[in-house]
Design a protein around this ligand. Structure first.
Ligand SMILES: O=C(O)CCC(=O)C(=O)O
Length: 288
C-alpha cells in the first residue's frame, strides 16, 4: 500500500485505509471488515470540522478539574474502565463516574461529540445493532469513551494491545453484559496533535504470537510465546498520524501498538475508547 500524509512507513503491511466522512454511507461494513480480518483499521477524515474540534476542547476545559483524573503523564475524563476493580470503593467510584460524561451532555459540544459517534458507528457498523455497553447488574450505561490529554515530554503510551490490557483488567468484562471473547477494536477522534511525536505506531506483532511483557510499562521489548524477548526496533512497523477531526478505528485487540513520545509544548488530546461485539454476535458495544 502507498504512503499517505496520515499512514506512512517503510511498508504498510496491514490493510489500513483512509476515507472521507462523506463516503461512510457507501462503506457500511467497515467494522465487519475488521471483524473478518479483511481490514486492520481505517481513518475517517473530517468527521468533525476544525470549528467543532475547538468547541469540544473548550467544553472539555470547562469540566471542573476535580472531576478529572490527573496522573503524572495524562489527564483523563471520565475514569477509564481499567480503573474498575472488585475492591468495593473503586467499583463504586467507577459506577458513579460512568455517568459523568453523560451528565456533561448538557454542554452542546459534548452532546454533539456523543451524537456524532452514535451516527458514525451506526453508519460503519452495519449490520450490528450499536449501543454503549451497559453494566450487567445495575443496567446503567458505561461511559461511551473518555478524553485523554497526554502531557508533553512525559513519554507516550507504552506498547500494548487490548487483549494484553484485558488480561490485566479482567474485572471490567465480568461487570458488563456478555461480550464476545473474540475481537476488540479501539477508536478515537484526534482533537489536538502534539508539535512533535504522538503518532500511533502499529507493529507487525499479533496477540496469537506475543502475549506478555516483563513489566507493563516496558517500551523496548515484549515476550513471545517461547519466552524470547522481541525488540520493537527489530520489528516492522508503520505510523498512523491522525489530524484534528479525524476518527481512527482499528483492531487494537490483537495488534500490538503504542503512542510515540509526545514532544514540544502542547498536550496530545483525543477522545476515544473501545468496541466489542455482543456474545450473541448481533450487537456492537462501545465504551471508554
Ligand atoms: O491514542 C491513540 O492513538 C491510541 C490509543 C490506544 O492505544 C488505544 O486506543 O488502544
Amino acid at each position: 500500500m502507498e504512503n499517505t500524509a496520515r499512514i506512512y512507513g517503510n511498508e504498510i503491511f496491514f490493510n489500513f485505509i483512509e476515507i472521507d466522512y462523506s463516503e461512510v454511507k457507501n462503506n457500511p461494513n467497515l467494522i465487519k471488515d475488521i471483524q473478518q480480518e479483511k481490514l486492520a483499521g481505517f481513518i475517517t477524515k473530517n468527521v468533525f470540522s476544525l470549528q467543532e474540534v475547538e468547541e469540544i476542547k473548550t467544553a472539555l476545559a470547562n469540566i471542573p478539574q476535580e472531576e478529572k483524573r490527573i496522573g503524572p503523564m495524562a489527564e483523563l475524563f471520565p475514569l477509564p474502565f481499567t480503573s474498575a476493580s472488585d475492591s468495593g470503593d473503586r467499583l463504586n467510584a467507577y459506577i458513579n463516574k460512568a455517568a459523568a460524561l453523560q451528565k456533561h451532555r448538557s454542554a452542546k459540544a459534548i452532546d454533539m461529540l456523543l451524537t456524532r459517534f452514535e451516527q458514525f458507528f451506526t453508519a460503519v457498523g452495519h449490520p450490528f445493532e450499536v449501543q454503549v455497553t451497559r453494566l450487567k447488574n445495575q443496567g446503567a450505561a458505561c461511559a461511551a469513551g473518555n478524553f485523554r490529554s497526554f502531557f508533553p515530554n512525559k513519554g507516550g503510551f507504552y506498547v500494548h494491545c487490548e487483549y494484553f490490557i484485558q488480561k490485566k483488567a479482567p474485572f471490567y468484562y465480568q461487570l458488563v453484559e456478555p461480550l464476545s471473547q473474540e475481537g476488540q477494536l479501539s477508536y478515537l477522534v484526534q482533537l489536538q496533535n502534539s508539535e512533535v511525536g504522538g503518532e500511533l505506531t502499529l507493529y507487525n506483532m499479533l496477540w496469537k504470537d506475543i502475549q506478555d511483557k516483563e513489566k507493563q510499562e516496558d517500551n523496548e521489548y515484549v515476550i513471545d510465546k517461547s519466552g524470547k524477548r522481541i525488540y520493537l526496533k527489530d520489528m516492522k512497523h508503520f505510523s498512523v498520524n491522525a489530524q484534528p477531526g479525524d476518527v481512527v478505528v482499528f483492531s487494537g485487540g490483537p495488534i500490538w501498538h503504542r503512542v510515540e513520545d509526545i514532544l514540544g509544548t502542547k498536550p496530545r488530546i483525543t477522545y476515544g475508547g473501545f468496541l466489542k461485539f455482543t456474545a450473541d454476535g448481533k450487537g456492537l458495544r462501545y465504551w471508554g
